[in-house]
Design a protein around this ligand. Structure first.
Ligand code: ADP
Length: 559
């Protein structure tokens, strides 16, 4: 996407907040113009007082004094108001953008988000959206202010003294157009590098925090820390290079402002000498024009630093647009969700590849599971068992046909499918919250009896009763304060609580001792009587205890 297209799209996204933005720009313009007027009048006033002192001694000093006071108040109040308004506008906008991006992500299947790692994805929602604040606060709004004020100041000066206006216009274009464009070019590459380094740093830090135990066990903490150090240095280096361009540009703007002052002073003095300026105010107009010309650069001063950020803003915007523009791979069919005739599932010649060139995870799978049947799928690791479950809840798309309740699976609306099919996956998460929160997120209306019942089924009732606050015990950061087997069973309880007609249980006995595994399978079997249940396991004993309908799976098909 080209620069203009990115800028246009960013402005388009801000449309709902244009009222706030417009108000902030108007107040900022009033502040700059007040500042220029203040300097101009002050210059004129001091010079005129001096001239009156050495000549007639007569002058009306009341009006200019009122003007000076008025513009000083407008400038101070305007600065405060502008900050308040522009920050209010930007924060509202950022909150809106975050929600917009989040809403775009929701319909994407886990498969589509797999290419962006957890830390990186969270980064787009947080840091990248934060970076966009520069687009509005430091770019769009200052550019609008510079254009409006620049034109207004040059026109007023032109009415008083055209040669000064011409010199001022040229120098304003240099400081507000040429210098920022150069700054943007010089900072573009380091800016993009900074965004990439920051994203990599975030991923590495999340990896370090989440995998600290494993890294420590493997003696790899130092290596990971060194990698983080390296990324940090790269980030600082690219930020330094981007800032150097900014400093040079700032100096160039300062130089232009100084030149404008001198040009105005010399050109106006020359005109006074040849009588080209209004005779009655002429000499005092020289410092007025010179100081106003100097103050005019307040309008363009923020531009180089702002443009220097453009590389960073563009990279962040591109990452966000890349996420937001993914069309959901899995969408419901054109008609309404069908009503399932029963709870049967039929796979016919189903094929699944996780990535275009990779070997198939499911390779022509044929399997029919009648309504109410308990079926166990046995097979070695990597056989494709979990993949089969993921297809039924439409985490990934597939080739071939799956019929659920007599209808094509693709015709069901995702929300109807979630009610119909429950899954307890191996990688399901427990969230920061109490045991109750973690269970209720699947079925918010479930009462205490229902919770007790499912905890009983998964053999956790006693464990939860023994916790300090029972169901209200916090299970900590990423659900850390419990064993892997307990976490797996809480996930199982969550799936049972929804009471779906079709249930997929992925390795429920993993990490359990033989005795608990036996008890769990027996109670699961009793609790799911009449439902269609697919038990995925590599444990032949668990499979045999659960049902006598066992199929074997290998290399992506039933063997
Ligand atoms: P099982 O449950 O029998 O152990 P899986 O269904 O998990 O087998 O995996 C089948 C194959 O698909 C394996 O080769 C595995 O590496 C691959 N696979 C599983 N999940 C993914 C994924 N999210 N992305 C890419 N490949 C995957």
């Amino acid at each position: 996407m080209r620069d203009m297209a990115v800028a246009r799209r960013l402005l388009g996204l801000a449309r709902p907040w244009r009222g706030w933005m417009g108000l902030a720009v108007l107040v900022a313009c009033a502040t700059v113009l007040a500042s220029v007027a203040l300097m101009g009048i002050a210059g004129w006033f001091i010079a005129a007082m001096g001239i009156a002192g050495v000549t007639t001694g007569m002058m009306n000093y009341f009006l200019p004094a009122v003007g000076i006071r008025f513009f000083a108040i407008v400038r101070t109040g305007g600065r405060y108001g502008e900050r308040l308004l522009s920050h209010e506008a930007t924060f509202r906008l950022l909150a809106g953008l975050r929600l917009w991006l989040f809403r775009r992500l929701i319909p994407l299947s886990p498969g589509q988000l797999q290419s962006r790692r957890g830390g990186d994805l969270a980064g787009s929602l947080q840091a990248d959206v934060d970076t966009l604040q520069h687009a509005y606060l430091r770019l769009a709004s200052p550019i609008a202010v510079a254009l409006m004020c620049g034109v207004a100041i040059v026109l007023v000066v032109a009415a008083l003294h055209p040669p000064t206006a011409l010199a001022l216009a040229v120098l304003l274009i240099v400081a507000g157009g040429i210098v920022p464009t150069w700054a943007r070019r010089a900072a573009a590459a380091p800016g993009a590098e900074a965004v990439a380094s920051r994203a990599a740093l975030r991923v590495a830090t999340v990896d370090l925090l989440q995998g600290l135990t494993d890294l420590r066990a493997a003696g790899a903490v130092e290596r990971q820390l060194a990698a983080i150090d390296g990324l940090g240095e790269r980030l600082v280096d690219s930020q330094c290079r981007a800032s150097t361009a900014g400093v040079v540009a700032e100096a160039a703007v300062g130089l232009s402002a100084g030149l404008a002052l001198w040009c105005a002073a010399l050109l106006a003095s020359a005109s006074v000498a040849v009588g080209g300026l209004l005779p009655e105010v002429a000499p005092a107009l020289v410092p007025a024009l010179a100081l106003a010309a100097l103050a005019a650069f307040e309008a363009v001063a923020p531009l180089p630093a702002a443009m220097e950020r453009w590389g960073e803003v563009r990279a962040a915007a591109r990452r966000i647009f890349d996420l937001a523009d993914r069309t959901p791979a899995i969408v419901a069919g054109p008609d309404l969700s069908p009503t399932p005739q029963d709870a049967s599932v039929v796979f016919s010649s189903v094929r699944l590849r996780y990535a275009p060139g990779s070997p198939p995870a499911l390779d022509g799978l044929d399997l029919a599971i009648p309504d109410g049947r308990h079926l166990a799928i046995l097979g070695p690791s990597g056989a494709g068992k979990s993949s089969l479950g993921r297809l039924l809840v439409r985490f990934w798309d597939y080739e071939g046909e799956i019929r659920l309740g007599g209808h094509d699976l693709r015709r069901y609306r995702p929300e109807d499918l979630r009610r119909l099919v429950g899954i307890a996956t191996q990688d399901a998460q427990l969230f920061n919250g109490s045991v109750r929160d973690n269970l209720l997120m699947a079925a918010p209306e479930a009462d205490a009896t229902a919770l007790e019942k499912v905890l009983d089924v998964v053999q956790l009732a006693e464990f939860v009763r023994g916790l300090p606050d029972g169901l209200d015990t916090w299970i900590g950061e990423a659900g850390a304060r419990r064993s892997a087997g307990q976490a797996r069973r809480l996930v199982l309880a969550r799936a049972l609580l929804r009471d779906p007609r079709i249930l997929i249980l992925d390795e429920p006995t993993e990490n359990l001792d033989a005795g608990t595994a036996r008890l769990l399978i027996a109670s699961l079997r009793a609790a799911t009587e009449g439902r269609t249940v697919i038990l995925i396991t590599h444990d032949p004993r668990a499979a045999a205890q659960f049902t006598d309908q066992i199929v074997h799976m290998e290399s992506g098909r039933i063997s």
